[in-house]
Ligand binder design. Structure first.
Ligand code: HEC
Length: 269
């Protein structure tokens, strides 16, 4: 066999290995796994310029803290956030002491104790956000028969993710002429069926932000959306950083391999 042909084979193998790894690492950076269940039927949500978009995107901690405040003061009246524990909030920039006093503001039902009874106790950092209703039936009964979904993974569970959530929260309008909206439902063109059982949850100036940011509907929606995007994917920053490091490593590796292969084969004549 001619050396040139074998040489091409050597490069070819190296290329396949490197290309495969590059694809895997790029997927890690981009996170291309898209939500499966779609809000089909609703208007496509406008794309927003979130700080966590892009290959090296990160969360805006101040926005996450404001979003937490919106969740606690508004959304938590109806929606649970079962997968988030108070101690996870340290990722938002809170100290362990701050998390401890925040969790102590909650009453947690625990048990059964030695007598078999459930009891109330003060929340601990290891507890998760308690649900506003005892069970789904109670939640439906309080909401005209509609179930407010748990929000822990909501940006993953809807097509459009964070863009959809923000569009939904700011997308309540007058129904167009000729569109009958039944009692107890509200018109929103971003929702799959254009009418949902959640009344517009945000109103101008509803929360008083700890950092003094004016609380427009747009601002509160943007903040709570970022907070819920974090809740659904707290590992996003680590994933992107790791993917980027792997890409960098692979780039250096392919340069080294290119010159090494050339050198090895340069002795064959
Ligand atoms: C007064 C109760 C109430 C409050 C407060 C409330 N919601 Fe809802 N929400 C509901 C109900 C009920 C539904 C179910 C609607 C339906 O099925 O038609 C719902 C549905 C949703 C959905 C699902 C939409 C979909 O695509 O299926 C999201 C997301 C949501 N709410 C987010 C929020 C956020 C964020 C807040 C806080 C800013 C909030 N909600 C405040 C009652 C509430």
């Amino acid at each position: 066999m001619k050396p040139q042909i074998r040489m091409a084979g050597g490069y070819g193998f190296a290329l396949v290995v490197v290309a495969t790894l590059v694809v895997v690492a790029t997927l890690a950076v981009a996170g291309t796994i898209r939500p499966a269940t779609a809000a089909e039927g609703g208007k496509a949500p406008p794309k927003q310029d979130w700080s966590f978009n892009g290959a090296l995107g990160t969360y805006d901690k101040a926005a996450l803290q404001r979003g937490l405040q919106v969740y606690r003061e508004v959304c938590s009246a109806c929606h649970s956030l079962k997968r988030v524990a108070f101690r996870n909030l340290e990722a938002l920039g809170y100290s362990p002491e701050q998390v401890k006093s925040l969790s102590a503001e909650y009453e947690i039902t625990d048990g059964p104790n030695d007598e078999g009874d459930f009891f109330e106790r003060v929340g601990l950092p290891s507890d998760r956000f308690p649900a506003p209703f005892a069970n789904d039936n109670a939640a439906r009964a309080a909401n005209n028969g509609a179930l407010p979904p748990d929000l822990s993974l909501i940006t993953k569970a809807r097509a459009g993710g964070a863009d959809y959530l923000h569009a939904l929260l700011t997308g309540y309008r007058e129904a167009p002429a000729g569109h009958e909206v039944p009692d107890g439902l509200y018109y929103n063109e971003y929702y799959a069926s254009q009418q949902l059982a959640m009344a517009p949850p945000l109103t101008e100036g509803q929360v008083e932000y700890a950092d003094g940011t004016p609380s427009s509907v747009e601002q509160m929606s943007s903040d709570v959306t970022q907070f819920l995007a974090w809740a659904a994917e707290p590992e996003l920053e680590a994933r992107k950083q790791m993917g980027f490091k792997v890409l960098l490593f692979l780039f250096v590796l392919s340069v080294v391999m290119f010159f090494a292969t050339r050198r090895v084969w340069s002795r064959v004549e």
